[in-house]
Design a protein around this ligand. Structure first.
Ligand SMILES: NC(=O)c1ccc[n+]([C@@H]2O[C@H](COP(=O)([O-])OP(=O)(O)OC[C@H]3O[C@@H](n4cnc5c(N)ncnc54)[C@H](O)[C@@H]3O)[C@@H](O)[C@H]2O)c1
Length: 351
């Protein structure tokens, strides 16, 4: 059987850590090319990983070779133009999060993906964690009853990424677009993807750039971006979202805050019959007038590998993926409303 021809667009940190190794490992994939506008980076990737073709732009690549699917791993604002060009050519896409930086762009991608019958998946990596999958299964048993309150938070003490992430023109936003997207997607999806009706949000650049002699953290792989550079985004975001089914959701996110550090993404779901938390993974209930706490035991897995394998499986079998583009669209709609609400200091209503 002919192998699926895959290319990676944007050869940075996440491409090297979360995409490339698993395409190279997959028996039904041929990683045919890597594209990056940074020549040094793409040459480094070719030499280190023996990639036969490298290009400096998506256009240059598609004018030269045929590809079936691409991973889009560029900074956030570049997701849309590349995804748009790929889908128009009938190329399946796995786009890193967030899908796009505006709702309008996200909708355009969804429409063209349907028209061209392409698999379009968003890299919501946390959905592929074993503990998260276990939690989702638990919710689906109905043991929580009606879920009426949901919380998601990730507060880092000092964990601001370096590079384009702090430049609004390239990232579309700060902590909210970077880690808030994971938190919001996860809690919304676990709660059954309800329809949002209103959003109240607040963004703050509280700490900004800080002295970091003893601190590491995520950074862009591109040499020139290693320092703080432009910093015109928030490092703290909070939001309150109401849904049509009467669920309310509270989101809290920070890259840098003067408080305790959350080592992982924390999610809490409260229902009429039971409650569930992620980090730690616990189910709370009340049986025979006694409080029950069940600590759920799950082996750790590699969510990046599962994400790539699932994308390939979706393309090969023409399946709707586990984190489809329509979910990415809804999440971007809420993210955009949080930003608008913060700017206007008013609640944003959808219906
Ligand atoms: N799923 C996750 O958990 C996770 C984790 C980190 C980053 N990400 C996402 O991955 C994406 C990339 O982040 P990163 O940390 O790898 O950044 P990075 O800066 O390390 O890599 C981005 C690369 O894209 C290249 N690039 C920029 N514009 C381009 C274009 N138009 N065409 C081709 N190449 C281009 C840059 O030269 C750079 O090498 C972002 O959207 C980010 O939100 C996801």
């Amino acid at each position: 059987m002919e192998k699926l021809k895959v290319a990676i667009i944007g050869a940075g940190s996440i491409a090297e850590m979360g995409h490339l190794p698993y395409y190279q490992k997959h028996p039904q994939v041929e990683l045919v090319a890597i594209v990056d506008k940074n020549l040094k980076r793409v040459q480094y990737m070719r030499e280190k990983y023996s990639i036969s073709k490298i290009y400096s732009s998506f256009e240059e690549m598609v004018n030269d070779i045929k590809v079936d699917a691409v991973s889009i791993c560029t900074p956030n604002v570049d997701h849309f133009p590349i995804a748009w060009e790929a889908l128009n050519r009938g190329i399946h896409i796995l786009v890193e999060k967030p899908l796009t930086t505006t709702y309008e762009e996200a909708l355009k991608l969804q429409k063209i993906a349907i028209e061209k019958k392409c698999v379009a998946m968003v890299g919501m990596t946390h959905r592929f964690r074993n503990d998260v999958k276990a939690l989702k299964k638990y919710v689906e048993t109905g043991e929580l009853g009606d879920i009426y309150y949901a919380k998601a938070k990730i507060l880092r003490r000092r964990g601001t990424p370096r590079g384009w992430f702090t430049d609004k023109g390239r990232s579309g936003g700060g902590a909210l677009m970077d880690i808030g997207v994971h938190a919001l997607d996860l809690v919304w999806w676990l709660a059954g993807r309800p329809l949002p009706i209103s959003v109240s949000g607040h963004l703050v650049k509280g700490i900004g750039a800080y002295f970091r002699e003893f601190l590491s953290g995520w950074k862009s792989a591109v040499e020139e971006n290693k320092d703080w550079g432009k910093f015109d985004v928030e490092d703290f975001a909070t939001a309150f979202i109401r849904f049509k089914n009467d669920l309310v959701l509270h989101l809290e996110v920070s890259w840098a805050i003067n408080g305790p550090q959350d080592e992982g993404l924390k999610v809490e779901l409260y229902g009429t019959r039971g409650g569930l938390t992620l980090e730690p993974l616990v189910f709370y209930s009340d049986k025979n007038n006694l409080f029950n706490e069940a600590w759920l035991i799950v082996d750790k897995n590699n969510p990046f590998e599962e994400e790539i394998n699932h994308f390939i499986e979706s393309v090969l079998n023409n399946m709707t993926p586990y984190s489809p583009i329509e979910d990415g669209v809804q999440v971007v709609k809420m993210l955009e409303a949080i930003i608008k609400s913060s700017e206007s200091k008013e609640e944003i209503k959808f219906i």
